[in-house]
Design a protein. Structure first.
Length: 469
């Protein structure tokens, strides 16, 4: 999921700025999108399922009007949270005004918070975390002098990997969770408008100059008076940036925690070239997220890099398609081999990750049909063996090929001559040129930086049964 916000002193066409920002963040979610514009305290919102380009026609953008600030969201539906009803920003009216909320990531204690709120009589209309956040913040607001104080207090209750933008009648509040699972940064445009975004590539898209990342746990308050940083939740816990942001989620032209995503992927490719080295004629990357690692692999191994697969640019990420049949069809129409590159060649095929194994099996077949004599598959991520609780939709264990089979079995299933993964100890080194001090690698090694939702639910149920005794 991705968030984008903009705030200035003059009324401008903020909706179209958010549109461009969301367009740059489209890779972070294609399920739904939305924009909320703040015009003198009145919030106008439009949101729907679909891509940014389809949902927002120029008439729709115009109908949102001008304003001094706006926030927007692209949603990547995780299990059970798909559909129009969960599109964000979520706008709520409370006794002290309106509030629009856009979130990225997941709460690990969402279901317990929801149950507690339901027991107090709250009624939920969505299955999104944004609604839980809204109740928690608004309850705190009743006893706080300002919305930022309410958000600061709410942070004590919200656990997990999440970033949020909250827009009140006069402010935008940007929040990054205590361990900094997901990226969030801000910058400034020449006209003085501040821009906040999940990734720096979205700042570039509206001509904003990057200022810095929010620190894990930081709350930044943007208003007419300027910017205030609330740091009560900073440096309380070890940093745990999702390493998969570097491997797959983020765009290569973004810079996260001071490290270029492109450079991190190239580094992953270089490390990968030292695992099970092979003699080969060409290194081919799976577009788009395998290309940078393939380049790094080629440079480090000395095997020439070739464009061996062409991607139809007008199709979304295959993983997001629901149902296995749709998924396979999409792979077929998405990629085509470049015969010239692979015919009669021993190919090293680099992909960013192997999840279910469906995509790479299909690609291997394409390459063989195009004349590749050998195919050696290399994954620039370690094997996926655990679910993610922080906002990445990793399939359940029974669909994760690495949970079901050994490396040799997988090689046979996907039809390659050899298979190798990036070593676990190397994945945390790929962002080393930046300033991140710790990563979440739970999907690879099961080391969850927080309590898991199951642990939290068990504790809650034990507490309930204790109080009933
Ligand atoms: P498969 O092995 O067929 O399940 O697909 C692996 C491909 O899906 C990789 O090449 C990635 O580019 C992509 N992918 C990996 N993880 C995710 C995710 N959480 N969401 C969307 N796409 C993903």
């Amino acid at each position: 999921m991705g968030v984008f916000g903009i705030i200035g002193n003059e009324k401008t066409n903020v909706a179209s700025s958010v549109y461009y920002g969301l367009y740059a963040l489209q890779h972070r979610g294609q399920e739904s999108c939305g924009i909320s514009v703040n015009d003198d305290g009145v919030i106008h919102t439009y949101k729907d399922t679909g891509l940014v380009n389809d949902v927002f026609t120029s008439q729709k953008l115009e109908s949102l009007g001008q304003g001094t600030m706006a926030i927007g969201h692209v949603r990547y539906g995780t299990m059970g949270t798909k559909g129009r009803v969960n599109a964000e920003p979520l706008v709520v009216n409370h006794t002290k005004g309106h509030l629009a909320i856009a979130t990225n990531g997941r709460l690990v204690n969402g279901s317990v918070l929801k149950q507690e709120l339901e027991l107090k009589g709250m009624i939920f209309h969505t299955s999104s975390d944004a609604e839980i956040v809204s109740y928690v913040v608004i309850q705190e607001r009743l006893n706080s002098v300002s919305i930022e104080q309410a958000v600061n207090k709410a942070m004590d209750k919200l656990k997990g990997g999440f970033c949020m933008l909250l827009m009140s009648p006069k402010k935008i509040i940007a929040v990054r969770d205590e361990q900094g699972f997901h990226p969030l940064c801000y910058g400034k445009r020449e006209n003085g408008e501040y821009v906040i975004a999940s990734e720096s590539c979205a700042l570039d898209s509206v001509g904003a100059t990057f200022i810095r990342d929010l620190e894990p746990g930081e709350i930044l308050v943007f208003s007419k008076e300027g910017i205030t940083s609330i740091r009560d939740h900073c440096q309380k816990k070890p940093e745990a940036l999702c390493v998969f942001e570097y491997v797959y989620t983020a765009r290569p032209d973004s810079i996260i925690s001071g490290c270029s995503v492109h450079a991190a992927r190239k580094k992953a490719g270089a490390y990968l070239s030292t695992v099970k080295p092979v003699e080969a004629d060409v290194v081919v990357g799976v577009p788009d997220s395998g290309l940078d690692a393939a380049l790094g692999y080629a440079e480090a191994s000395g095997i020439p890099y070739g464009i061996g697969l062409l991607k139809n640019k007008y199709i979304g990420r295959t993983f997001i398609a629901p149902g296995q049949n749709v998924r396979e069809d999409k792979v077929r129409i998405k990629l085509n081999p470049v015969k010239e590159t692979v015919n009669g060649k021993r190919v090293v095929l680099v992909d960013d990750s192997i999840v279910r194994g469906t995509t790479c099996a299909r690609i291997v077949k394409l390459l063989r049909n195009a004349g590749a004599t050998e195919v050696h598959l290399r994954s620039s991520a370690p094997p996926f063996v655990n679910p993610c609780y922080y906002g990445t939709d990793i399939d359940s264990k029974e669909n994760l090929i690495a949970c079901l089979h050994t490396e040799d079995e997988i090689a046979k299933i996907v039809g390659v001559d050899s298979l190798a993964y990036l070593n676990l100890e190397d994945v945390t080194k790929i962002g080393a040129s930046g300033h991140c001090t710790g990563y979440c690698t739970a999907c690879f090694d099961g080391n969850y930086p927080t309590e898991t939702p199951k642990m939290i639910i068990n504790k809650y149920e034990n507490k309930l049964s204790e109080s009933e005794k």
